[in-house]
Design a protein around this ligand. Structure first.
Ligand code: ARG
Ligand code: ZN
Length: 880
């Protein structure tokens, strides 16, 4: 279809389907070039639909091979097709009838990786959001729920494993070396949750018994020879199953739970009923191949997809505008799971880091959209940080506002009331209103309104009457298409700290305060506290209780006081991070808000935290990771010169390194590395160790250089190897050693695609003109390819998103190179092309000549013919 005519789909135009489909019976004969799919669906005319109304089924790049109505071959005059639909005109007058459709597919040619495709020879599917229509004509919308039976057949030698949703049924041999397997899923589901897999795979198996005694077989299928690498994923799965029973009362509901890991996958993973399909990056791991961060991601994503079984599958979405209904809630659930399994404070720090670096820029830029968007051209463009991460923050705020018991009562009610349904956000909110007896109508605005609210805070201390007052004002800046904003309820968790750093029990009569939360519902909220002896230090937005930008003209001394004493660990981190961000921004803009003393005080405080053995190592590692160049650039907001940001940041790194000095080096050598990658204490120590190393290297601490090298050579885990390698390449300044180590790493992992991706990513972050040159060379590397999404992302993503000094070097030549890659990718896999393009959405913060070069590159992309709707929609927003 011509891209310029892509229609806008609007929430307000939602209408229920005229027909529904209650049963689907599929027969699939798998072959790379010619797969035959025969689907019989029981179609039911909905009340109010006249018998004359045609049945309009969705299709995408399909070839129709046969059509039968109630078993009779359809007359040519009875139907018509366009590239996007099959319209059947004269239908039986009975309320229900059968439609049988035969389509032929060539999975080996499917480079979009939507629908049925092959990944390293394995047949697999991805149907969310609109991939099922690439397998057969269908009512491919989430409010059409059917019971599926699937019979798969394939060549037994190349496809010994045949899987689909639900429980296994009959299986057996067929002539000519073929075999078959039948799967039956008793739970009605929308087509986006359909999945099938055929291939030669190894399996790691286990079992689980649910709280009510149901026996479940667990299987993780992976590339042959790699079953042992699924052990951590299996462990994470079993822990997720226990957690969901305990925390939400949700039990698994089939005889088997299957996971298949494939190497070509557009996203992280997919929650298909009983048959999750994963990007193998989020399954395969062992200490030699995966970093501690990889392990944590595997745990989170395994949990996320498993939790979808109730939040997404048992209760699904009415339409794609409601995506946050399943994604925001499920992210919140996986975040809480990880918080329970690991350090809650550290998890919260990492979630907020991600929110601020991924979602806040979205809300502040041309791609801003509400958590529940009201319009889209291509739904795949809306699997965003706003829908996922901000969506999770909204659920978190509900839990904060009504408390844990009412929250649990609300989710219980949600499962009870809407099980088996396709719901909307309003249904979800109503459950909490009914369970907690609250009114969430103002809260609902959070779902409609884009942009990050600002909360400006002022304090007043009246020494005479010992009254302390906080004045909090909210305002949300305009976003594209939403000029004026309404007020939203903002829960601000807080504490007042006394001069010894401990929390004071504040006394107030304000109705805005409930326990330790101030709820801002108006433009201005004034809260007065009494009974204080001295002026307290406020600690606001503890645990990041709302996704807002807090503006409080706090003194640097008070920030450091909080960094040392705040009883809320998250806010201790935030105090340091906020200090670092302001300091770096001030430096890079030649500002004068920070004196030399302020700077020294910060360096001292940071080093003190880093060296304080009474604090958990992973927290100290997070404190040491200073805001990156893009965070500083966005904070400055306009006319940014990337080189100057970089200079300020390296200068600060050096000061910190010099201050750490030998003590930092001693600490590094003391932090022992347990080769057990899933030992949490050891992983915390490793995190601290490799967060120290860059400082020691840039400031030339004696012995650091040798230590880095020996850490690399003697590495016992991938975390050690990568930690050392990345510090060497980015901070040692020793090109010879860097090249040697990169080569050694390459030689060792040349044949491991997942590990090799990290080798590309590391080099994509080499700064300045040298980094640009390296990027250009790597584009031509024999192992670089746009065909594998992980590989494409590994090089293009970090280079364009987080390496401004290289991207903008030589008149922003990086932007031109990047645009060329996006255009090539657009012909293969538009979804990945569009997704990668979004990473440059903050380009306008950079100074004119270089940001203009990006505009030019975007215009070149816009002029490409044909251009996918996916890329067109993003490029138009970026240019607007
Ligand atoms: N539902 C999946 C998850 O978050 C994401 C799948 C998105 N796929 C897509 N092609 N848009 O778990
Ligand atoms: Zn999800």
């Amino acid at each position: 279809m011509r891209t310029t005519t892509a229609p806008v789909i609007r929430l307000k135009n939602y209408t229920p389907p005229a027909y529904t489909i209650t049963h689907v019976d599929m027969d699939v004969s798998l072959a790379a070039e010619d797969t035959v799919v025969t689907t019989t669906m029981k179609v039911v005319r909905q009340a109010g639909t006249p018998t004359s109304a045609p049945l309009v089924l969705d299709g995408d790049e399909l070839s129709l091979d046969g059509l039968w109505i109630n078993g009779d071959k359809a007359d040519d005059a009875n139907y018509s097709t366009t590239p996007v639909e099959l319209k059947i005109h004269r239908l039986p007058e009975t309320a229900a009838f059968d439609v049988t459709i035969r389509t032929r597919l060539a999975p080996v040619k499917n480079t979009k990786l939507m629908g049925l495709y092959q990944s390293s020879g394995v047949f697999c599917t991805q149907c969310e959001a609109e991939g099922f229509r690439r397998i057969t004509y269908f009512l491919d919308r989430p409010d059409v729920l059917a019971v599926y039976k699937v019979r798969l057949e394939a060549d037994k030698a190349t496809c010994p494993i045949l899987l689909a949703n639900g429980n296994p049924g009959e299986a057996g041999e067929l002539p000519d070396g073929r075999h078959f397997a039948v799967w039956h899923d008793p739970h009605p589901k929308p087509s986006y949750l359909f999945a099938m897999v055929g291939g030669d795979l190894d399996v790691l198996s286990d079992t689980f018994t649910t709280a009510s005694g149901r026996h479940v077989d667990l299987n993780i299928y992976v590339e042959t020879g790699k079953a042992a690498q699924a052990a951590y994923a299996m462990d994470a799965l079993k822990r997720s199953m226990v957690w969901d029973e305990l925390e939400y009362g949700c039990e698994y509901d089939l005889e088997v739970f299957n996971i298949v890991a494939v190497s070509d996958f557009n996203m992280g993973a997919m929650e298909n009923k009983g048959l999750n399909v994963f990007n193998d990056k989020y399954v395969l791991a062992d200490a030699d191949l995966a970093t501690d961060a990889d392990f944590a991601n595997i745990e989170a994503i395994i949990a996320h997809e498993y939790f979808h079984n109730w939040t997404g599958n048992r209760i699904t979405c009415r339409d794609w505008f409601q995506l946050c209904l399943k994604e925001g809630l499920t992210v919140y659930r996986d975040q809480e799971f990880s918080a329970d399994q690991r350090s809650r404070a550290v998890q919260r720090i990492q979630q907020v880091r991600w929110l601020k670096s991924g979602q806040f820029p979205e809300d502040a830029g041309p791609l801003a959209h509400p958590v529940r968007p009201s319009a889209y051209k291509e739904i795949n463009n809306f699997y965003t940080a706003t829908v996922y991460q901000k969506g999770a923050e909204l659920v978190r705020m509900i839990a904060t506002l009504i408390g844990p018991e009412a929250y649990r009562a609300g989710t219980d009610l949600y499962f009870e009331r809407h099980d088996g349904e396709a719901a909307v956000v309003e249904d979800f909110l109503k459950c909490f209103e009914d369970a907690a007896g609250v009114d969430l109508s103002q809260f609902a605005r959070w779902y409609e309104q884009a942009g990050t609210p600002n909360v400006d805070v002022e304090e007043e201390w009246d020494a005479g009457s010992c009254k302390y007052t906080l004045v909090l004002r909210q305002h949300t800046p305009p976003t594209p298409g939403q000029q004026s904003k309404k007020l939203v309820p903002i829960p601000v968790r807080f504490g007042l700290m006394g001069s010894d750093g401990s929390d004071i029990e504040p006394r107030t009569r304000s109705s805005a305060v409930k326990d330790d939360v101030i709820v801002l519902t108006r433009r201005e909220t004034k809260v007065t506290f009494t009974g204080l002896k001295t002026k307290p230090t406020p600690s606001l937005l503890r645990g990041f209780s709302a996704p807002v930008k807090l503006n409080f003209a706090e003194t640097q001394a008070s920030r450091l006081f909080r960094a040392e004493h705040d009883s809320d660990l998250f806010n201790r981190w935030e105090a340091l991070d906020g200090y670092g961000l302001s300091l770096l921004s001030d430096d890079a803009t030649g500002g004068s808000s920070f004196t030399e003393k302020d700077r020294e005080a910060f360096v001292l405080a940071l080093c003190k935290t880093a060296l304080d053995d009474s604090i958990e190592p992973q927290f100290r590692a997070n404190a040491l990771s200073l805001p990156n160049e893009m965070a500083v650039a966005r904070n400055i907001g306009k006319n940014v010169d990337p080189a100057i940001v970089q200079q300020s940041r390296s200068a600060l790194l050096k000061s910190i390194g010099r201050q750490l000095g030998k003590r930092g080096l001693d600490l590094m050598t003391k932090l022992d590395t347990d080769p057990n990658a899933d030992d949490l204490a050891a992983s915390g120590e490793r995190a601290l160790k490799y967060s120290l190393l860059p400082f020691l290297l840039v400031s030339g601490v004696e012995g650091a250089h040798n230590l880095a090298q020996s850490q690399f050579v003697q590495a016992k885990t991938m975390t050690d190897r990568m930690g050392a390698l990345s510090a060497i390449v980015h901070f040692s300044g020793d090109e010879v050693m860097s090249e040697q180590c990169l080569e050694a790493f390459y030689d060792r992992y040349e044949d491991n695609d997942l590990v090799l991706n990290t080798w590309f990513t590391l080099q994509a972050m080499v700064p300045n003109a040298a980094g640009l040159e390296r990027f250009e060379r790597l584009l031509d590397h024999p192992k670089f390819s746009l065909n594998n999404p992980n590989r494409a992302r590994s090089l293009l993503g970090p280079f364009a998103a987080n390496n401004p000094t290289a991207f903008y070097a030589n008149g922003a030549k990086g932007a031109t190179l990047f645009a060329q890659q996006i255009m090539t990718l657009d012909d293969k896999n538009p979804q990945i092309a569009a997704r990668l393009l979004t990473v440059i959405s903050s380009y306008r913060v950079f100074k004119a000549p270089i940001s203009d070069a990006v505009t030019e590159a975007l215009r070149t992309i816009r002029a490409k013919e044909p251009l996918s709707i996916d890329v067109q929609e993003i490029v138009d927003s970026l240019l607007s």
